[in-house]
Design a protein around this ligand. Structure first.
Ligand SMILES: [Zn+2]
Length: 95
């Protein structure tokens, strides 16, 4: 598999079976670009491939939503830590 960014050879870093396909995490040997590939059995019909792609897209969207939610939680905790830090600094500076 060639790198979609620079065209150099890539290597597989992780390989996970999922339903009727295998998802591989790849790493470019030249530019270090990371990307994923999905390997499907060749006897699948076009309709089945479309269904699997739709399922994959939905799974990735759910994953992105979870990442966004986690990022919002982290930002909230960081904000609370800044407020707490300010309160501590105010208390230490109080006469
Ligand atoms: Zn590359």
């Amino acid at each position: 598999m060639l790198c979609p960014k620079c065209g150099a050879d890539t290597e597989v870093r992780d390989s996970r079976p999922y339903k009727n396909y295998v998802r591989r995490r790849r790493h470019c040997k030249s530019c270090k670009h990371r990307h994923s590939t999905i390997e499907l059995a060749s006897d699948l019909s076009f309709g089945k491939i479309q269904t699997l792609l739709k399922e994959t897209k939905a799974a990735l969207n759910n994953q992105n939503a979870s990442i966004d939610k986690a990022a919002r939680r982290i930002r909230h905790v960081e904000s609370e830590l800044v407020k707490l830090n300010d309160k501590i600094a105010d208390a230490e500076n109080a006469p």
